[in-house]
Unconditional design. Structure first.
Length: 163
């Protein structure tokens, strides 16, 4: 009986070695590959910087308008913006260049301010890590404020930037 077990083991070992030899000797399947294009498109965009609160105070004497003084009353504020690198911004004053300031406690009374925008010497975008400065200026001529009622005049100027 021991001989039969021994012969069976030899046969099984021979079969296993043969199968293993076929596996090793069999050619591996050929590898395949494909080239997949990858792209990314950066668009030109401009945005006003967050966290700022610019305010224009038009004055000719400190923070007030003294109607006895000649000349324009002016004020300005820096408005920060950022654009995609190389993007050319276009700025606009919503409602045009004339802003009507209203004094609610004065009856109501109004005064017209001329608003202008002055971009930096190099206004093109330098990426979203770099703030650029746009200056918003308001002007009221003495002929306008010289006859104005006493009080605080307010208005809101909307500025847009594209793209």
């Amino acid at each position: 009986m021991k001989t039969n077990n021994w012969i069976t083991r030899i046969k099984l070992t021979a079969v296993a070695a043969g199968v293993l030899g076929l596996m090793v000797a069999a050619p591996a399947p050929a590898a395949d590959s494909i080239n997949v294009p990858v792209s990314a498109n950066v668009v030109g965009v401009c945005k006003f910087s967050t966290g700022q609160s610019p305010s224009v105070v038009i004055a000719n004497s400190g923070v007030d308008i003294d109607p006895s003084l000649a000349g324009n009353a002016t004020g300005s504020a820096n408005v920060l913006y950022r654009c995609t690198n190389g993007t050319v911004p276009a700025f606009a004053l919503t409602g045009g260049a004339t802003l009507t300031l209203t004094c609610a406690a004065c009856g109501p009374a109004t005064m017209a301010a001329t608003m202008t925008l002055t971009p930096p010497a190099s206004p093109n975008g330098q990426g979203f890590a770099t703030d650029l400065t746009l200056v918003l200026t308001g002007t009221i001529p003495s002929a306008t404020y010289g006859t104005a009622a006493i009080g605080t005049y307010n208005g809101t100027q909307q500025v847009t930037v594209t793209p």
